[in-house]
Ligand binder design. Structure first.
Ligand SMILES: *Cc1c(COP(=O)(O)O)cnc(C)c1O
Length: 433
């Protein structure tokens, strides 16, 4: 057999195994509840980009349309009337968000977008005093997080060169080690005001040991914030039990709520119930019973809702209601089980077919990754044209992050085992053996 014929045979075998796994998949029907993008010829593409923008649930248009109709028919009365009155609209989301984050309902709130929430949380939870002035982040932090952190330091008159501590992987390594982060936390000890870390790192797909890192930061008296942009709806979370101080996220990645959808925030009950904590206030954070008396004094709602500023953007919130219904129907434990199987299959195929060409950056241990695999092309020259564009030309959608990472994430709500085999086959075709 020629190499090409042997590879075709291997593909056929892999596809048979994948189709059998899809037949056994209890969640397979959920794929039909999403709208799948197509290429220029109208053919459905293999979409492995849910880590960047999740697909649209088919029910979104109905939910948005209902709010447009309510606005059209009732105008301002829609605030109080109809199937989903707008004043308490965001409250509908809290139970499902609490289930996804391992929180009590009043520890979470849907509001704003991620970076805005990060600033609001730092206003309350980064309060440098005395020697305790530093913020610890990871060296490859998402740019928006870094800008937010640096600007907060400067806002307090602190120079990031002195007060921002960055921890990266060891020389020659690509992912973070828990023990290195813990050592850095202990090294800065009483100088550390805030530890801000991702749940799942956006570039490498590494899932950090959030419980251990929170405990380490608390041992030195620091506050812990988590950025869950790539973690929520992807990996199991237990924010309350881990004792995390605050967390923030967006909803357009694994939560499939659409571009610019409403984000979210977690505030641990031990802080949320303390209504004296300094914060930037707005009327939507004011006690619901007296909000519309329009009085001059601010009385925050106890819990995460007390950090709201404005009334929620209903049209950017309706899609999240549609999406969270799917999460509640599928449930995170079942999604996680399927996710590990899909991502495990992708890893295995890449290792078998592309061992010489591709390095998998994402850790292999189940508790150290989510849906995403981050790949580096080893062979010089092969990246001359961006790999994501070459894949897209073959109907596989992933994305590229400078300088050299291709990210692929099978999403268990709408991707199949056959999708994974197809993506690996195309990757091999594009990169060669
Ligand atoms: C996606 C992402 C963001 C996006 O921030 P927005 O304020 O929603 O635009 C921020 N931080 C991280 C780590 C992300 O992955």
């Amino acid at each position: 057999m020629t190499d090409a014929a042997a590879f075709d045979a291997a593909c056929a075998t892999a596809l048979d195994a994948a189709r059998a796994a899809d037949q056994r998949d209890p969640l397979r029907a959920f794929a039909d509840r999403f709208l799948h993008p197509v290429d220029a010829a109208g053919r459905r593409v293999t979409y492995l980009c849910g880590h960047s923008l999740g697909l649209q649930p088919a029910s979104v248009a109905t939910l948005v349309r209902e709010e447009l109709d309510a606005w059209a028919r009732r105008g301002v009365l829609g605030h109080h009337d109809g199937a989903r009155p707008w004043i308490p609209y965001h409250e509908r989301l809290a139970p499902a968000l609490a289930r996804l984050t391992g929180a009590a309902t009043d520890e979470v709130v849907a509001m704003n977008s991620l970076t805005v929430n990060l600033h609001l949380m730092m206003v309350s939870f980064f309060r440098p005093a005395g020697a305790r002035t530093r913020i610890l982040i990871e060296a490859s932090a998402f740019p928006s997080d870094r800008y937010a952190v640096e600007s907060q330091l400067r806002f307090h008159g602190l120079d990031p060169a002195q007060h921002l501590v960055e921890i990266g992987p060891r020389a020659g390594e690509r992912v973070l080690r828990t023990e290195d982060l813990v050592a850095a936390i202990e090294r800065d000890g009483e100088r550390l005001a805030l530890v801000l870390l991702p749940g799942v790192q956006y570039l490498t797909g590494q899932c950090l040991d959030m419980a251990a890192l929170t405990a380490a930061a608390h041992r030195v008296g620091a506050t812990v914030g988590l950025d869950l942009a790539h973690a929520i709806g992807n990996v199991p979370l237990a924010l309350h039990d881990w004792n995390v101080d605050f967390a923030i996220w967006c909803s357009y990645k694994y939560l499939n709520a659409g571009p610019g959808a409403i984000g979210g925030c977690f505030v641990h009950a031990r802080h949320g119930q303390d209504t004296t904590r300094p914060r930037f206030a707005g009327w939507w954070g004011h006690d619901k019973a007296t909000r519309f008396r329009m009085g001059p004094d601010f009385h925050p709602i106890a819990g995460a809702e007390g950090w709201q500023l404005s009334n929620p953007p209903v049209l950017a919130t309706a899609p999240l209601i549609a999406s969270l219904e799917l999460f509640d129907a599928a449930t995170l434990p079942r999604l996680r089980e399927k996710s590990l199987a899909l991502t495990g299959r992708l890893r295995e195929l890449i290792q078998t077919w592309l061992a010489d060409t591709v390095e998998i950056v994402t850790p292999a241990e189940a508790d150290a990754h989510g849906a995403q695999l981050s790949l580096r092309v080893k062979r010089p020259g092969t990246t001359s044209r961006r790999l994501d564009e070459r894949l897209a030309a073959e109907g596989v959608i992933g994305d590229w992050r400078e300088p050299d990472v291709l990210r692929l994430a099978p999403a268990p709500l709408y991707n199949s085992h056959a999708d994974v085999v197809h993506a690996a086959t195309v990757l091999r075709k594009v990169l060669g053996p």
